[in-house]
Design a protein around this ligand. Structure first.
Ligand SMILES: Nc1nc2c(c(=O)[nH]1)N[C@H]1C(S)=C(S)[C@@H](COP(=O)(O)OP(=O)(O)OC[C@H]3O[C@@H](n4cnc5c(=O)[nH]c(N)nc54)[C@H](O)[C@@H]3O)O[C@H]1N2
Ligand SMILES: Nc1nc2c(c(=O)[nH]1)N[C@H]1C(S)=C(S)[C@@H](COP(=O)(O)OP(=O)(O)OC[C@H]3O[C@@H](n4cnc5c(=O)[nH]c(N)nc54)[C@H](O)[C@@H]3O)O[C@H]1N2
Ligand SMILES: [Mo]
Length: 716
């Protein structure tokens, strides 16, 4: 793979270093950091990246956050009440001694299950500097019983719960390039222009569209995806997707548009679903008229969509994760798969499995630092992540041992977790809390000790993007002040707690990276490190290919060996045997539905205070002119948004870019911090999680941040 341009580029590149964002923002991009005088002056696309992959402004501006004036560069120890945000600077020795002493005492008194670990999505694409893996690795050494971890993710708990029942296997994705064979693309609750789901998906869908492939977007908002990629926008009420999908299937059954041969060969359970759709079971018939009243999409539009969808092949139905962060979101995932199965679109080039495909195909063979150290058999416990404050407050499972401490790395759950007021109460009930972060986030602010961590630009790693590539991300600059790698912080603490050798297995973080590189399929390691890109070869892969090549010879690991559109096992786990709409509609007290989608310029809660991002995306309540007029809400005026859980004040943006009956506050906004106390009434941040509840969708116990009922009024 050597080319004559490379040597020249490398010479010029003495200060141009391959890096890759190790963030949870849907990309995983091949970038270059230009370093001048020991500082990064620019971040731009790696010229060796795959043709369709593009970085985004969040990566191109990553160094600005790194050099932000508010970056924490020394350990901090709290010296005021929990809510005060008052800290003093400390040296590493003092801070680490304090953390070790407090953790040790809590484990001795209450058992190591009393420590709850938050390993959020801070850095989640790295082989070594992976906040979730490192935190688990460290905390699982705390005692023979391990610690209390979290299970399910904020992102995709409902989908992750149902996929094993449907497919039995995780590798159900598709490579975006296969979409060039599609004849119709449906982006369903998938705002891929902002949330990406891989650095090339937007580009490839754009290419397909420029070749004349129609793109339809189903979303309550006229998102950037609707504006930039779609030929048609179908506005839908949040959480109503399962109703629209059911009615499309109802139309397809009635009009004989279902691919019976395909269903017979590859699936089970369609008959049960069909009889349910037709009203033979106790749920009533899923007619377009029924669905119209739930979804806000007219019966005629539903019929027309169903006909177009079923008569165009191949069709890619690409769902976002939004549709499953709703009450009954599990069923939306199952019905999206049922739609693609009923049209014979799973397993064919240009089709898709229906569920969200982000990262659902394996990348090149490359290991990660093991989450469990050799010989570690700690059992550990876990609580559903969506319910962590309830677990601390003793409401999740009354028989669980008490939680007395939180250890948070790469997690800002006092902002990103639902029900901020409850979260604060939970934190205040703890004996001890510690985090590693870059900024004094709402979570850090309430911790007893805050330890300054390094960013991806300050450490070496291999980053896994969504496709069949690996990216090398080199240390471009030295960490500022006393900031340290999470790995080194844990290793130091492990030393104080008596398990240094178990945690490190005798390796530094760079030893681990060397070890993983040598053990991988990457042949020319030097070349990989120099250019930053390793190409795994095949970029037109379709998941479950062995099954589709030979459904009987290579069955799926489900009880029937096929895709199970209805599942008795899922029923025994507490869900309906065949998928059915079980969303909820607003009542008179809170007649509007709130969505809190992911912001374009933030990565979850990251960048929320970084100036360039704030300027581009000020937090506002997006509301339709009809809803605004009915409430005397004026564009630009301050409003109060209220739910059963809480209230928040924020400026209104009146626009027809959202459907009537739905309002929007983008996710990730930090709640404001009041000196010496958090008064939610005085909070004008517009942080949506003041309004969301920790009551999960069942049976997955996943997030339901897109099923929230509110009302809006002008602020007094
Ligand atoms: N820029 C950016 N990209 C990101 C992230 C980020 O914070 N910023 N976060 C990353 C992470 S961690 C994740 S999990 C993913 C999240 O990916 P998603 O969960 O798919 O993202 P959302 O922004 O919540 O929703 C996507 C779109 O669905 C719409 N929507 C909301 N509710 C519904 C509904 O009930 N039905 C339908 N049909 N549409 C609905 C929203 O208006 C939005 O336009 O994104 C990743 N990418
Ligand atoms: N209302 C509402 N709430 C939501 C969502 C929604 O759609 N609506 N989406 C949910 C989803 S899908 C997700 S994934 C969660 C995400 O929530 P979180 O897991 O909290 O994710 P982030 O905000 O990306 O990162 C958390 C912190 O990690 C820090 N960090 C980043 N990299 C590193 C590192 O390498 N080391 C250390 N020590 N720290 C690091 C960042 O500075 C940041 O403060 O939010 C959820 N919350
Ligand atoms: Mo997520």
């Amino acid at each position: 793979m050597r080319d004559p341009g490379l040597a020249k580029w490398r010479r010029r590149a003495t200060k141009e270093i391959p890096v890759s964002c190790n963030k949870d923002c849907g990309g995983g991009c091949a970038l270059i950091a230009r370093v001048e005088g020991g500082r990064i002056t620019r971040v731009f696309d790696n010229p060796r990246r795959p043709r369709d992959m593009r970085g985004c402004v969040r990566g191109y501006r990553a160094h600005e956050a790194v050099y932000g004036p508010e970056r924490i560069t020394e350990p901090l120890i709290r010296n005021g009440p929990r809510s005060s945000g008052r800290f003093r600077r400390a040296g590493w020795e003092e801070a680490l001694d304090l953390v070790a002493e407090r953790i040790e005492r809590i484990c001795r008194t209450f058992g190591s299950h009393a420590v709850l670990g938050f390993a959020g999505s801070g850095s989640c694409r790295g082989a070594v500097h992976n906040t979730a893996i490192l935190t688990h690795r460290f905390l699982s050494c705390l005692g023979p019983d391990g610690y209390t971890g979290t299970k399910g993710s904020y992102s995709s708990a409902a989908q992750s719960f149902v996929l094993p029942y449907l497919f039995g296997r995780p590798d159900v994705g598709i490579d975006p390039l296969t979409l060039l064979r599609s004849r119709l693309i449906l982006l369903w609750g998938a705002n891929i222009v902002d949330t990406r789901f891989g650095a090339d998906l937007e580009t490839v869908v754009g290419r397909a569209r420029s070749r004349g492939v129609p793109v339809i977007a189903v979303d309550p908002r006229r998102s950037r995806t609707v504006e930039r990629l779609a030929d048609e926008w179908i506005p839908i009420r949040p959480g109503a997707d399962a109703a629209l999908m059911s009615a499309m299937l109802h139309t397809m059954v009635n009009e004989d548009l279902v691919d019976r041969d395909y269903l017979e060969r590859h699936t089970t359970g369609f008959e049960m679903l069909e009889s349910q759709l037709l009203g033979a079971r106790d749920t009533g018939a899923a007619t377009p008229e029924w669905a119209a009243s739930i979804t806000g999409v007219s019966a005629e539009s539903i019929r027309s969509l169903a006909r177009r969808y079923a008569s165009t092949k191949p069709t890619a139905l690409i769902t976002g994760l939004s549709i499953q962060r709703t009450v009954g979101g599990e069923e939306a995932v199952r019905l999206a798969v049922a739609l693609q199965a009923a049209t014979g679109n799973i397993g064919v080039p240009g089709g898709s499995p229906g569920c969200n495909v982000w990262g659902r195909l394996p990348g090149p063979r490359f290991g990660r630092i093991p989450a469990n150290p050799v010989g570690n058999t700690a059992a550990g416990r876990s609580v559903p992540v969506y319910r962590w404050p309830d677990a601390i407050l003793g409401n999740e499972s009354p028989t669980s041992p008490p939680i007395r401490a939180v250890y948070a790395v790469g997690a800002n759950y006092l902002c990103t977790g639902s029900d901020i007021t409850k979260n604060r109460r939970a934190f205040d009930a703890l004996d001890f809390s510690v985090c590693h972060d870059y900024f004094l986030t709402p979570t850090a602010r309430r911790c007893d000790v805050v330890l300054p961590a390094t960013t991806f630009l300050e450490r070496d790693d291999v980053v896994f993007p969504a496709g069949n590539y690996l990216f090398y991300s080199a240390r471009a600059v030295d960490p500022p002040g006393a900031a340290r790698d999470d790995y080194d912080i844990f290793a130091e603490l492990a030393g104080r707690l008596g398990f240094h050798d178990r945690f490190t297995e005798g390796r530094s973080s760079s030893d681990w990276l060397d070890f993983l590189l040598k053990d991988s399929e990457v042949g020319d390691i030097e070349e990989f490190i120099a250019c930053g890109v390793y190409d795994g070869g095949d970029h037109e892969r379709i998941g479950l290919s062995s099954f589709f090549a030979d459904p009987t010879g290579s069955p799926l690991p489900t009880p029937s060996g096929k895709i199970e559109l209805a599942s008795a096992r899922y029923a025994s786990a507490g869900g309906p045997e065949a998928p059915v709409y079980r969303g909820v509609l607003p009542d008179r007290a809170y007649p509007l539905m709130l969505v809190s989608p992911h912001a374009r310029y933030r990565i979850n809660s990251q960048n929320a205070t970084v100036e360039w991002a704030v300027r581009r995306e000020p937090q506002r309540l997006v509301i339709h002119p009809d809803d605004a007029a009915a409430r005397r809400v004026r564009h630009g005026a301050l409003v109060v948004v209220e739910s059963e859980i809480g209230a928040v004040s924020v400026e209104a943006e009146v626009t027809d870019g959202i459907m009537p009956g739905v309002v929007c506050l983008p996710a990730g906004m930090w709640p404001a911090a009041e000196p010496d106390g958090d008064d939610a009434r005085a909070d004008r941040s517009g942080a949506p999680n003041y309004l969301t509840s920790t009551e999960p969708t069942m049976p997955s116990r996943g997030a339901r941040t897109h099923t929230v009922f509110v009302d809006v009024r002008p602020a007094e």
